[in-house]
Design a protein around this ligand. Structure first.
Ligand code: AMP
Length: 209
């Protein structure tokens, strides 16, 4: 199954994708994670995107589409995938339709106040990318990843100024995709508020998986 996860930053796309991978047995592909890995490695791509990401802006479409094209060509993506954080613009969605059309676009609905609260308490493992929340899903040992022992940190773009900008960017550039996928008959809408396990059950029911 080929799925796109849509929704504002902090809607829980990454957390749900990590849970859904066990159900669907397809890889979770996050463009944010791919870019963060490039920044960490100090690659030419990483140097290009570092400052854009820190402020919460969008990486240019050409670079983003290229990184997705490359990732989808890998053997583990042959039988399906969950794309988390891509597409984020209409040109990206157009490119994906030509490259490998998704079966469904799942939109996680969460109100702004909840999203802002979640992002400001979100933490991420620098090693494996596992997502935590200091209020609701803290690592057992403060600052240390339960899964890999890596450092659990606050993303630059989860700081107050960047959160505001990311939400504005989402409204302008990404939200129109909801209607776009709706018009193609591919949209599935899910209430993204609540415990991730509860949201996973809503997801399973809505998709029949
Ligand atoms: P995320 O982890 O999905 O919140 O992504 C983190 C950051 O990576 C975003 O704020 C953008 O700077 C960049 N990014 C991730 N996915 C995309 C995309 N599809 N298009 C443009 N920039 C992206």
């Amino acid at each position: 199954m080929k799925l796109i996860f849509l929704g504002p930053p902090g809607a829980g796309k990454g957390t749900l994708a990590d849970l859904a991978v066990d159900v669907l047995k397809v890889p979770h592909i996050s463009t944010g994670d791919l870019f963060r890995a490039a920044v960490k490695a100090g690659s030419p791509l990483g140097l290009k995107v570092k400052d854009i990401m820190a402020t919460g802006g969008l990486v240019p479409d050409e670079l983003t589409i290229e990184i997705v094209r490359e990732r989808l060509s890998q053997p583990d993506a042959k039988n399906g995938w969950i794309l988390d954080g891509f597409p984020r613009t209409i040109p990206q969605a157009d490119s994906l339709e030509k490259l490998a059309p998704a079966d469904r676009a799942v939109n996680f609905e969460v109100a702004d106040e909840i999203v802002i609260g979640r992002l400001s308490t979100r933490r991420v493992c620098r090693g494996c990318g596992k997502i935590y929340n200091v209020k609701t899903m803290a690592p057992k040992k403060d600052g240390v990843c339960d899964a890999c022992g890596g450092e659990v940190y606050t993303r630059d773009d989860d700081k107050a100024e960047a959160i505001k900008f990311r939400l504005e960017t989402y409204r302008k550039q990404t939200e129109p995709l909801i209607a776009w996928f709706g018009a193609k008959g591919k949209l599935v809408t899910i209430d993204g508020v609540g415990d991730p396990k509860v949201v996973l059950e809503r997801f399973r029911k809505a998709l029949g998986v």
